[in-house]
Design a protein around this ligand. Structure first.
Ligand code: GLV
Ligand code: MN
Ligand code: MN
Length: 422
């Protein structure tokens, strides 16, 4: 394998990441939600890069961009391919690197393999998913679930905050929702799925390591919480007889935090990240509060147990305050364990590139791999990010680390090809 220059590779990656970062709904901050005009522009840019890298491009019915390169001559009749990718949607007021690093790394790896004349016994398919964050609609991982063949029809009727359904948003984007269920790939055709992603946590930086191998992605669930109380006049209804939905929400939130703090050994995390009140006026006791709830843990049992505890404690809060607390589950994924053969290939690639033993870590953040694990084996590496900061405009990755990540991906692909041939 040729020598490589991490700064040169990283500089190419950084330039592409900056171009994607300039595509936003907001001039002041980076916001690129699923099936928006910004998503469209980002997808078009990615398609251009894919074509320049010699890949054949198609967009599927969930707006995922696929850039394909066939197997080399001796494997030409094989339809088997290695999937590599990540996402191009973002949270609101996002950083530049979450998701984009994996898409850019995949395209650069395909380009470099071509430029270095490296032949592979399987094809490559680079994927740019549009809905890893799940910020616009209550559902998440719509793109990767579609590729994995697990997309649920009922999701089409879910709405965003403006009342637009997933179905209509797809139609406006130029996708055909009627064929979503048949877009799933076949396991027999797929070698596996690899993803490069920023760590979004502090461990690699603390260990002074640029890259790490992910062992598993934590179990997660998302819920919509509706608290129904009784509206009233803020100046006349005595405090003792109120059924205040916002006050109940405050107690609910504090309870959720306490439950999660008691589950540290299972990496239990529970978060209420959104809240709104109805009717939402300064002098009206709220009749309704709407909240989001996100629960994660390193085991399915710990996550399910926490969800059960939260439901039980909610019933107590509701009974005491005379309000009804309804909790609806809108998304649930078990732990996705990374395949030992990919962990091995990625670790040996990291070791070849950094001359250091590859550290291992679990991902608390959700990734497209959660959905892709239903289709095929998954493998993932994390790239160090400054201060462990993510989902923030202060997200930052060093150029050299980007270069090391792209080179690691290239070498892991070659290693997997060697294993396949053995
Ligand atoms: C996505 O970043 C998630 O972990 O929710
Ligand atoms: Mn991400
Ligand atoms: Mn994210």
């Amino acid at each position: 394998m040729s020598d490589f220059d991490p700064i040169a590779l990283g500089t190419r990656a950084q330039a592409m990441i900056e171009m994607l970062a300039s595509i936003s709904a907001d001039r002041e901050k980076l916001t690129r939600l699923y099936l928006t005009p910004e998503h469209r522009r980002a997808a078009d840019l990615v398609a251009d890069w894919m074509r320049s890298a010699g890949l054949t491009v198609r967009m599927d019915a969930a707006a995922t961009m696929h850039g394909c390169r066939p197997a080399s001559r001796e494997g030409a009749r094989s339809s088997r391919r290695l999937l590599i990718g990540s996402h191009i949607d973002s949270v609101i007021d996002a950083g530049k690197y979450d998701g984009t690093v994996g898409v850019v790394a995949g395209i650069l790896a395909a380009e470099e393999l071509q430029a270095r004349g490296i032949e592979l016994p399987f094809g490559l398919e680079i994927l740019a998913f549009g809905d890893e964050e799940g910020v616009r609609f209550p559902k998440t991982l719509i793109g990767s679930s579609t590729v994995a063949g697990t997309f649920e029809e009922s999701v089409l009727n879910m709405t965003d905050s403006a009342g637009e359904t997933v179905r209509n948003a797809l139609l406006h984007f130029g996708c055909d929702p009627a064929v979503l269920r048949s877009e799933g790939l076949q396991n027999a055709d797929i070698v596996g799925f690899l993803e490069v992603h920023i760590e979004q946590g502090p461990l690699l930086e603390r260990w002074n390591e640029p890259l790490g191998v992910v062992t598993a992605i934590a179990a997660q669930s998302r819920h919509r919480v509706r608290i129904t109380g009784e509206a009233g006049h803020a100046g006349t209804v005595p405090m003792a007889i109120r059924h205040d939905a916002v006050a109940a929400a405050a107690e609910f939130i504090a309870m959720v935090e306490e439950v999660a703090r008691n589950g540290v050994k299972n990496n239990l995390m529970a978060t209420v990240g959104e809240i709104s009140a109805l009717p939402g006026a300064v002098n009206v006791i709220a009749k309704e509060a709407h909240l989001s709830l996100d629960i994660r843990a390193s085991s399915d049992e710990a996550r399910a147990q926490a969800a059960e505890t939260i439901r039980g404690r909610s019933r107590q809060i509701g009974a005491r305050r005379g309000v009804v607390i309804g909790i609806e589950t809108v998304h649930q994924k078990p732990v996705a364990v990374c395949a030992p053969r990919f962990r091995k290939a990625l670790a040996s690639a990291i070791e070849a590139v950094t001359s250091r033993k590859a550290p291992e870590l679990i991902s608390g953040a959700g990734h497209d791999g959660l959905a892709m694990a239903h289709l095929t084996d998954i493998g993932m590496i994390f790239v160090r990010c400054r201060g462990g900061i993510s989902h923030s405009p202060f997200e930052h990755v060093a150029i050299a680390d980007l270069g090391l990540a792209v080179e690691t991906l290239i070498r892991a692909i070659v290693e997997i090809a060697r294993e396949e041939a053995a």
